[in-house]
Ligand binder design. Structure first.
Ligand code: PLP
Length: 354
């Protein structure tokens, strides 16, 4: 099995460590560990290894599932990986809506045939008929990241339901990567509420600024959950004890307060970034969450040239659209979830380059 290099991670590896401002992080500013009790007691495995029943019950409540239909994972990344390994085999087929976080197509592509269905710019709308056309008799999985990274587009309930119905008609599953769901002011219900052919994955990295916890989950029908547990025994065995300890504090008491803080922060930064884009004549797509996929200014040849110039001249990291596929070389992703003073500093520096 071979897998394509993760272009965005490779780009970050080249520049992130030494740059002054990271203007391409996809989540909300990180919270300090001192905001939480960080003593989980004895450092044995988390038992049961799929996560403590009370933590799974809290996640299950949000997902119209039982605690048995939830598996806690090491980040959303592992949750997605387990779903792909469990549901896809050589000879199968998957449909993935793109552009998106690369692992959502790269892992399936390492296993079986994949058809990518592109969103339509400039609004990044999803053509449900294009999903219907992409589906084949051997399609096992349809993958939709909503709200979407990198575009910030949130597809409405009707569209998601239509995609789910297509998956059901094909005897396939819908995987909804919903790691940005709670960054919407009015979040959609998780796809698991649509029925027994839907799987939701998510985690605490993005909304709560807790990426270093590496805590995520998947929720879905029991046959899928059991299959993912079989794979998890060979990946990480259990989530981390520290991760679960802090996750419990978030999910069983502090969720509303922490989310409200994050939304207020994102709202303020959204305005600042939108204003900056307008000043430079760059179209602003009004994204959900704290990522925007913007057009590369006309004076630059492509996304790599632009982002390389910005990082080399001003020590600010942006994400080239090319990392999301060759078709997106006219775009760059800007992440505005960082602390507001850093955001202002980063935007000022990019302005100087422009
Ligand atoms: C759509 C999407 N899914 C999953 C992940 C990975 O999230 P986690 O840190 O919870 O593993 C990311 C991170 O950028 C993402 O954008």
């Amino acid at each position: 099995m071979d897998v394509a290099p993760f272009e965005l991670e490779r780009w970050f590896a080249e520049y992130e460590h030494d740059a002054d401002v990271m203007l391409a992080e996809s989540g909300v500013r990180s919270l300090p560990a001192s905001d939480f009790d960080t003593d989980p007691g004895e450092l044995g495995y988390v038992i049961p290894t799929k996560g403590a029943p009370d933590v799974r019950a809290a996640i299950a409540d949000e997902h119209d599932r039982t605690a048995d239909e939830v598996v806690c994972t090491v980040g959303t990344q592992e949750a997605n990986f387990l779903v792909f390994q469990s549901l896809l085999s050589p000879g199968d087929h998957a449909v993935v809506v793109t552009p998106t976080y690369q692992s959502l197509h790269a892992i399936p592509e390492s296993i079986c045939d994949v058809t990518r269905v592109p969103l339509d710019p400039p609004e990044w709308t999803l053509d449900v008929d294009a999903v219907a056309e992409a589906i084949r008799p051997e399609t096992e999985l349809v993958v939709l990241n909503n709200p979407n990274n990198p575009t910030g587009r949130q597809h409405d309930e009707e569209t998601v339901r239509a995609v789910y119905d297509l998956a059901v008609d094909a005897d396939a599953y819908l995987l909804g990567d919903e790691v940005y769901r709670l960054l919407a002011e009015d979040p959609l219900p998780p796809v698991t509420s649509l029925g027994d052919r839907a799987i939701s994955t998510s985690g605490l990295s993005k909304t709560y600024g807790l990426a270093g916890l590496r805590f995520g989950w998947l929720a879905g029908p029991s046959e899928v959950v059991e299959a993912t547990e079989r794979w998890k025994d060979y990946t990480t065995i259990s989530p981390t004890k520290f991760g679960q300890h802090v996750a419990r504090q978030v999910l069983t008491g502090r969720e509303a307060e922490l989310r409200e803080d994050a939304l207020a922060h994102v709202r303020a930064n959204h305005e600042i970034t939108a204003e900056w884009a307008r000043e430079h004549g760059i179209d602003w797509p009004d994204p959900v969450g704290c990522n925007a996929f913007l057009e590369v200014p006309a004076s630059f040849e492509n996304s790599a040239t632009f982002c390389r110039t910005v990082v080399e001249e001003s020590s600010v990291v942006l994400a080239p659209g090319r990392c999301f596929g060759d078709a997106y070389d006219d775009y760059f992703r800007i992440g505005f979830g960082l602390p507001t003073a850093e955001l202002r500093e980063g935007l000022d520096r990019v302005s100087t380059v422009l």
